[in-house]
Write a new protein. Structure first.
Length: 271
């Protein structure tokens, strides 16, 4: 049985030792293979990882609602699921490069989507909460203009950030969606936040609430400010070292998009 890890976000566990060893070996093998192959990395390649970012979150929702077969459930706990999906994504990248170097972004995105759809379907099959699904839709709809305003603002204030292109925009959108969905889940559905720092930002009862977001608007503003600042700081890195810059900025995007996708799906089935 997985055991909880103290002093880390609630729900953080380690799987039984055989699973942990297997995942670490798989991740290591894929990492070594990618390093040896050194595939080309552009913004399109990183954007193609979008479905994979959501896949890990969807798989973890199945873990949370206890809808996975016992034999594979330990692979979807947190943070193990990130290594599991990361290994699969890396293997898919290598396979795509072997098939057609020019079509890697398309093949990689399609492979991620083909895995994501049945996982999301399986989660929804456990039972859809009409209230949760409605608020998830509201959060997604509200995030689009919020992210758009933030992206336009940062690119006008710091024009050099435009070099990050779609990956930079995805990073801002991912964190906007995470901020909005977390605020909505806390204010409207009674969900709590697992990360200690986030709980602090969401726990200021003296802050005047706003419609839909409650007191979580401060959490959203902090997320947007941090994401925008990181995109600006990465602009020079992307310009000088595009491969490394895009990959690291993609990691930043995943840190927002992954939790956001987890929120939306979990609200839809567990609210």
């Amino acid at each position: 049985m997985a055991g909880a890890i103290p002093f880390l976000p609630a729900g953080t566990t380690l799987p039984p030792l055989p699973y942990l060893v297997a995942v670490l070996l798989a991740a290591g093998a894929v990492g070594v293979a990618l390093r040896r192959r050194s595939p080309r990395v552009t913004g399109r390649h990183v954007l193609a990882l979008g479905p994979w970012m959501a896949l890990g979150s969807a798989a973890h929702v199945l873990y949370v609602v206890d809808a996975l077969p016992p034999a594979i459930a330990p692979l979807a706990g947190s943070p193990t699921v990130y290594l599991t999906v990361g290994s699969l994504a890396g293997a898919a990248w290598l396979a795509s490069a072997a098939l057609s170097a020019e079509r890697v972004p398309t093949l990689l995105a399609v492979a991620g989507a083909l895995l994501l759809v049945p996982v999301v379907t399986a989660a929804l099959a456990t039972g859809v909460s009409p209230v949760g699904a409605r608020w998830s839709t509201v959060a997604l709809a509200l995030s689009l203009p919020v992210a758009g305003v933030a992206w336009v603002g940062v690119t006008r204030l710091r024009p050099e950030t435009a070099v990050t292109g779609g990956v930079g925009a995805l990073a801002v959108f991912g964190h906007a969606l995470d901020g909005v969905s977390t605020a909505v889940g806390t204010a409207q559905l009674g969900f709590g936040e697992r990360t200690p720092l986030s709980r602090i930002l969401l726990g200021f009862d003296w802050i005047p609430p706003v419609p839909v977001l409650g007191e979580g608007w401060l959490f959203l503003l902090v997320k947007l400010a941090v994401a925008s600042a990181v995109v600006w700081l990465f602009a020079a890195y992307v310009r000088e070292e595009p491969a490394e810059g895009y990959l690291l900025l993609g990691f930043v995007a995943a840190m927002g998009l992954g939790p956001a996708a987890h929120n939306l799906l979990l609200f839809s089935v567990a609210a």
